[in-house]
Write a protein that binds this ligand. Structure first.
Ligand SMILES: [Zn+2]
Length: 417
C-alpha cells in the first residue's frame, strides 16, 4: 500500500478499507503490521468503518498469547455500484456489490448509429427497470460508471473519435445520464474501465502493475500503475490501435499508415476474408459496416472450430497484436497483460497463444522476467464490470484514484468545476 506518513484522516480511512478489501479476512493486529499504523489508530478506524456499515466482524482468528483476534472483512452487501458499457454491438448493465461481485446483469441492443440523446433516454429507462427487477435498495447505490469507446476532452465528456459516429462529438453523456437518473456518474474509456475492473475484482495489491488490452470494434490499452489507472495528460492514454507497425502499411482513418487497427482490427480481418471468394461464400459474411461485429464473430467461431483459412486470418491479426504488445512491454517493462473485451469472441485462445509465444520470444526483458498473458475472467462483460468497479474505486478508496467521484449531482444541475 502507499505510505501513510503525512496522509489525511480520509486517506488513512480509505487506505485501511482498501487493505481490508484486498486481504479478505484480517485481524486488527495484521492491519497494524501491514499499514505501519499503531493498533490504537487501527482500532479507531475499524470502529468508524463498523459504524458506517462498510466492514463487519466475521469471526475469530488464531489465538496468540491468550488474546482473541476478531477478524474483519468487507461488508460486501452494504453498497452497490452500477456499470454500463455503451458499445456499438450491445449495451451491458451490471450491478456489483462493494467487493465487486456481480449481483445482476442485463444486455440490450447496441448503440449502433442511434443518436446519443435517444440512447441516453433509453439507458435511463432500462436502468430504472433493471434496478427494480434486481431488488437492490437504491439508497445503497454509490453511483453509475460508464464505459465508452472514444477520446475525452478535459471535462471528461467523451468525444467519439469514430468518424462514423459524429453525433457523439461534444455530447456530454456524463451530464445527460446524471440528470436523467439523479445518480453520480463517472465515465472513462472501455479499456481503462476493463483494467480497473481487473484490479478491483481480482483483489490485486496496489503494488502490482499491469495492462489490459481491450478489443471491441477497435483496440485500447488500459494501464494500472501503483493501484490506479494511468490516464496521461487528458485521459487519452492507451491508443494502442494507432501504434504504427508498418509505415508503408494500409492507410488508417486516423491519418497514419500501418496502425495496429488498420492491420488487425475486425474491419481489416473481415475485409481480408471477403477478398477470398471461397471463404466469403462459406461463411456467408454480410460485408455491411453495421454487421461488422457479427461478421467478425462468424470468423472467430469458424477459427475456433478449426477452419484453416479463418485460423490463418486470426493468427495474422494476433501476430500484429502481439508485436504491438512487445513494443508496449519493452517501453513499460510490464510483467502482466490481460486480454479483455467482446471483440476476442471465440478466438480468445488463439490470440492468447500467439501473444504469449511472441512475448516469450521477443520481449526485451525476457531473460529477466516473463510477461504473463491471461484472458479476463469477466469475459465479454469486462468493460461493464470495470465501469462498476471504477465507481467503487473512486468513491470508496479516494486515496488511490486520480478520478474522484465526490460530487453527488442533483438532477438538472450543472456540474461543478
Ligand atoms: Zn491509426
Amino acid at each position: 500500500m502507499k505510505a501513510l506518513r503525512g496522509a489525511t484522516a480520509l486517506e488513512t480511512h480509505s487506505a485501511i478499507l482498501d487493505l481490508i478489501r484486498t486481504s479478505g479476512e484480517v485481524s486488527r493486529i495484521e492491519l497494524a503490521a501491514r499499514s505501519g499504523l499503531t493498533e490504537a489508530s487501527i482500532s479507531r478506524i475499524v470502529k468508524q468503518l463498523l459504524v458506517e456499515g462498510l466492514v463487519i466482524e466475521s469471526g475469530v482468528g488464531d489465538f496468540t498469547g491468550g488474546k482473541r483476534r476478531t477478524l474483519i472483512q468487507l461488508n460486501a452487501g452494504a453498497r452497490h455500484a452500477v456499470g454500463i458499457s455503451l458499445d456499438d454491438a450491445g449495451i451491458t448493465y451490471m450491478i456489483t456489490d462493494l467487493g465487486g461481485a456481480v449481483v445482476g446483469r442485463q444486455h440490450s441492443a447496441g448503440i449502433a448509429t442511434t443518436s446519443p440523446a435517444t440512447v441516453t433516454k433509453r439507458v435511463a429507462q432500462e436502468l430504472q427497470d433493471f434496478l427494480v427487477r434486481s431488488g437492490v435498495d437504491r439508497t445503497t447505490l454509490v453511483g453509475i460508471g460508464i464505459a465508452l469507446a472514444g477520446r475525452q476532452d478535459e471535462s471528461h465528456d467523451v468525444l467519439r473519435s469514430n468518424p462514423q459516429a459524429t453525433e457523439w462529438e461534444m455530447f456530454a453523456v456524463e451530464d445527460a445520464l446524471g440528470a436523467a437518473t439523479g445518480l453520480p456518474v463517472v465515465i472513462d474509456n472501455d479499456s481503462t474501465c476493463a483494467a480497473i475492473g481487473e484490479y478491483w475484482t481480482g483483489r490485486s495489491p496496489a503494488s502490482e502493475d499491469f495492462a489490459t488490452l481491450y478489443l471491441a470494434t477497435g483496440f485500447g490499452l488500459g494501464l494500472v500503475i501503483d493501484g490506479d489507472a494511468y490516464r496521461g495528460a487528458s485521459s487519452n492514454v492507451g491508443e494502442i490501435g494507432h501504434l504504427v507497425l508498418d509505415v508503408h502499411g494500409p492507410p488508417c482513418w486516423c491519418g497514419n499508415n500501418g496502425c495496429l487497427e488498420a492491420l488487425a482490427a475486425p474491419l481489416r480481418i473481415v475485409d481480408l476474408a471477403r477478398q477470398e471468394p471461397t471463404t466469403d461464400d462459406r461463411l456467408g459474411l454480410s460485408g455491411s459496416r453495421s454487421n461488422l461485429r457479427r461478421d467478425f464473430a462468424t470468423i472467430t467461431e469458424a477459427a475456433a472450430a478449426g477452419d484453416a483459412d479463418c485460423v490463418e486470418l486470426i493468427e495474422q491479426s494476433a501476430f500484429y497484436v502481439a508485436m504491438a504488445l512487445v513494443s508496449v512491454t519493452n517501453l513499460l517493462d510490464l510483467d502482466r497483460i490481460i486480454l479483455a473485451g467482446p471483440g476476442f469472441n471465440s478466438a480468445a485462445d488463439i490470440y492468447l497463444r500467439v501473444v504469449t509465444e511472441r512475448l516469450d520470444r521477443h520481449s526485451f526483458a525476457r531473460a529477466v522476467h516473463p510477461t504473463t498473458v491471461s484472458l479476463s475472467k469477466a469475459g465479454q462483460d469486462s468493460a461493464a464490470l470495470g465501469a462498476a468497479s471504477m465507481v467503487l474505486h473512486s468513491r470508496m478508496t479516494p486515496h488511490q484514484t486520480s478520478r474522484p467521484l465526490a460530487v453527488v449531482r442533483a438532477p438538472g444541475t450543472a456540474p461543478s468545476a
